[in-house]
Design a protein around this ligand. Structure first.
Ligand code: UDP
Ligand code: MN
Length: 811
């Protein structure tokens, strides 16, 4: 009774107004939630997009699980050296054997004095070459600043020379001991051994062996070079010197180095590479490999100049974590943004540090061909940190068989840092194999790589990032695959150098590069089941749907046959997708080679600027890739938060004619083929939903026939009842799409660029079964008429005539 009075007179009006506003409010809230949900989804997708990139996010995300720390406790070394060595042996294998035997040998030699046994003329001549060569290089490179740089270089060179000499002497001594010679004839015999950084020797090919020919040594700067024509290993010597007897000497402690003027040197430049005796030993070892050469096979060479590191106690040695001293914490934090990793620590650790041999056990026993193709290693960089750039280069020089390393090309993508100019020129001038190319304008990683490739003279191109460390035996297994089939494009296992403590971390086996929608690069382990069934060994190459992008080798002519990279790709991002799809779809293969391992610093941010907005650049690149390679699957990409890229007035993805023509010319297969044959595990439904559309109120299905819509008994075999809800949120039948017109529905040719054809369905928690116009500010929904036909009406959460269900939902 009490209520009734409110429904009388003006009370009735008030009550009506109140109820009406409540309903409106509910609608508004529903609409708001829809749009919030939608925005949330978009935001989530945007976040993916923001993190989009082949190697970004790997550290935190996919790579986290497979990481392992290398278990060497450096403190153990001081407590119990033997135990430490045993531990090192776990990763270095063979190493202690060389070491102890050499020590034993050297101990017996009381007269060992490097300065006495080094041929003096040899030293002087070397000094001369250094001087003129450096000056010449410096002059041609730097005008006006010669004086300031040159003396420093010479100073360092002297140090190195001194070290070379002492090493030379020790090798000679071992040599002499082995051959039962006296010191008197050592300076003659000095020429019997070459000692060099194995990888910095120019034109070094497997030499033709001639009996009793004497080794000639050509020297440039502090690096001893052997050229193809000049190097002839004395076969007699080879016979006498079994590998076991050619062990490295105790590594020189920098403090004890005496330069060739007799001065003690304890100022060995931290960033200066070391030439160890092992280098010389390895050259001989490798030449003995060549001695066996008969167009046949040899065991992978474990060349590693640094596996007898000069400073065992150095920070970060053996890839161990380095620590920032208390009083340097501020500095280290301050310098983080120079590279977005611990730049301070990187500077403290030797640029030629040893890292653990993380290859699967069988790798060192693997055979590779004697006549592998050589390679040009290309490093592109922009504003790279000095110490990491150098460490990258040295790791290649120190751990690559010299005859396979044609050159190292550094492509400076218009860096802004001063130290990457003259200072770098001068530093690299000591390595004849290193060439520097400077781009006048910032081109971005993709075009910078192409510039590097066009300058390359090697048979195979090997692209590397400029903050990596190549591991022992990294190169041959890559080249072997290219040798077996030039259409194989091969990647090393990318291990992780910690951005925080610079430690070298192993990654688990059986990881392959993949992508998830919307073209986000990631790693995924081969399924256990697959491994068991196919008896996959941990050293077997792994087929890889998508490469990470930064590190790979490709036959040079094949690279160009594939049209290199799409030159329209800017700065960074998406190029790994482009080249991966291109390779697979146009007849090639991508493999990860577990026996080849390279550490990479995964960084949380780029230390360089993007000329345009980073997100926009990456998504534009991806759109180019998608438009050329993804066929009908491109809708899945756009449907994952990239609708906006379809609006040509907002995003200009540039001209694609050449890329499309290239795909035709190469007669590449379809993306469908790629998905079925290369990456079958990817979920790639072409639409979000499909089948008949059932209306809950009418309990009938939507039909479009002879130009009109009506509802009829559901019949899944009736083509007129078949619709799909696409990734771009269109309601499609064949090539036509449901289009709102006033409050009616018509059919129009589908056009993904037209937002007014988009419908919301199943996208939020409210009105999920509804089909609502996306572009309207008011919630307008598709409703089935009681008798027939369909209309647009204000959305009503409880009206079952506004509820629609497809037969199948895929996403
Ligand atoms: N790079 C370049 N120009 C650019 C962007 C990047 O030369 O415009 C170089 C960069 O210095 C690095 C390589 O390309 O050596 C790959 O870039 P980055 O390491 O930033 O990629 P990430 O490994 O983080 O994916
Ligand atoms: Mn990188």
């Amino acid at each position: 009774m009490k209520f009734r009075k409110y429904f009388r007179g003006s009370g009735r009006v008030l009550a009506f107004v109140f109820i009406a506003s409540v309903i409106w409010l509910l609608f508004d809230m529903a609409a708001l939630r829809i749009s919030i949900n939608d925005v949330n989804q978009d935001l989530k997708e945007r976040e993916i997009v923001l993190n989009q990139g082949r190697r970004k996010g790997n550290v935190e995300g996919v790579l986290k699980h497979p990481l392992q720390k290398v278990n060497i406790d450096k403190r153990e070394f001081f407590k119990n050296r033997n135990r430490f060595e045993r531990k090192v042996d776990e990763v270095y294998r063979k190493w202690p054997k060389f070491r102890t035997e050499t020590q034993a040998l050297l101990k017996h030699d009381k007269h060992l004095n490097p300065m006495l046994v080094t041929g003096k003329s040899f030293v002087e001549q070397k000094e001369e070459i250094n001087q003129s060569k450096v000056n010449q290089t410096v002059k041609s490179l730097v005008k006006g600043t010669i004086i300031s740089i040159s003396p420093k270089i010479n100073e360092t060179k002297t140090v190195i020379n001194g070290k070379v000499n002492s090493i030379t002497a020790k090798i000679n001594k071992i040599n002499a001991a082995v051959n039962g010679q006296t010191e008197a004839n050592l300076d003659v015999k000095a020429h019997l051994l070459t000692k060099a950084l194995p990888a910095v020797q120019e034109k070094m090919y497997p030499p033709a062996l001639k009996e009793n020919t004497v080794v000639k040594i050509r020297q440039t700067n502090d690096t001893l070079l052997m050229s193809r024509n000049e190097v002839h290993v004395d076969a007699g010597l080879q016979k006498n010197l079994s590998n076991d007897l050619l062990k490295p000497a105790e590594t020189d402690n920098p403090k004890n180095i005496i330069d060739n003027r007799g001065n003690h040197i304890n100022t060995l430049n931290k960033t200066k590479p070391d030439i160890t005796q092992k280098a010389a030993e390895e050259v001989l070892r490798s030449t003995s490999v060549w001695a066996r050469r008969s167009g046949g096979l040899h065991k992978v060479m474990a060349l590693d100049v640094t596996d007898m590191p000069r400073d065992l106690q150095a920070m970060g040695q053996f890839g161990q974590p380095a620590r920032v001293p208390r009083d340097k914490e501020l500095e280290s934090r301050r310098r983080w943004s120079e590279g977005y990793f611990n730049v301070f620590l990187s500077e403290q650790i030797p640029i030629d540090r040893a890292i653990p041999d993380t290859r699967p056990q069988t790798c060192s026993e693997n055979l590779v061909h004697d006549d592998l193709p050589n390679t040009s290693v290309i490093f592109c960089f922009v504003d790279e940190v000095w110490s990491t750039l150098l460490r990258s280069v040295h790791s290649v020089l120190n751990r690559s068989p010299p005859h396979l390393l044609k050159e190292i090309i550094l492509v400076d993508d218009c860096s802004t840092k001063d130290y990457l100019k003259e200072q770098l020129d001068v530093y690299m001038s000591q390595f004849p194999k290193v060439r520097i190319i400077r781009l006048k304008e910032r081109q971005g990683l993709i075009r910078a790589r192409m510039a590097g490739a066009s300058a390359a003279t090697g048979e195979v191109l090997t692209f590397l990032d400029s903050h990596i460390e190549c591991n022992v035996g990294w190169l041959e297994p890559l080249l072997e695959r290219v040798y077996l089939d030039r259409k194989k494009v091969v990647c090393p296992v990318i291990e992780v150098i910690s951005d925080k403590d610079m430690s070298y971390m192993l990654v688990d086996n059986f990881q392959r590069g993949i992508f998830r929608w919307p073209l986000v690069f990631g790693w995924s382990a081969l399924p256990e089941e697959y491994i068991r069934k196919n008896q996959v060994k941990d050293s077997d190459p792994i087929r890889c749907p998508v490469m990470a992008g930064g590190l790979f080798s490709i036959d040079k002519s094949y690279f160009y046959e594939l049209g290199a990279y799409d030159p329209g790709l800017d700065v960074w991002g998406g190029e790994n997708m482009e080249i991966s799809f291109k390779i697979w779809m146009c007849g090639g293969e991508i493999e990860i080679i577990p026996c080849s391992r390279v550490g990479h610093i995964f960084r949380g941010d780029n230390p360089y600027k993007f000329p345009k907005d980073r997100v926009k650049t990456v998504e534009r690149n991806l759109a180019r890739v998608v438009e050329v390679w993804l066929d009908e699957y491109k809708e899945i990409f756009y449907g994952h938060g990239y609708h906006h890229l379809l609006d040509k007035s907002v995003t200009d993805i540039g001209n694609l004619t050449e890329q499309i023509q290239l795909r035709e010319k190469l007669k590449c297969k379809s993306f469908k083929w790629y998905l079925e044959n290369v990456y079958p595990d990817l979920d790639a439904p072409l639409v979000k939903a499909e089948g008949v559309i059932f209306n809950a109120g009418a309990r009938k299905c939507l039909v479009f026939q002879n130009g009109i819509f009506f509802l009829d008994k559901c019949d899944v075999t009736n083509k007129s009842q078949q619709f799909s809800y696409t990734w771009l949120r269109m309601l499609r039948q064949n090539t036509s799409c449901l289009t709102p017109q006033e409050m009616q529905i018509i059919m129009e040719p589908c056009d993904n660029t037209k937002p007014h054809l988009r419908w919301m369905h199943k996208s939020g928690k409210v009105l999920t079964d509804h089909v609502m116009i996306e572009s309207h500010s008011q919630p307008i929904c598709l409703e089935a008429g009681v008798k027939a036909g369909i209309y647009l009406k204000n959305c009503d959460a409880i009206n079952s005539f506004q509820k629609w269900q497809f037969t199948h939902y895929y996403a």
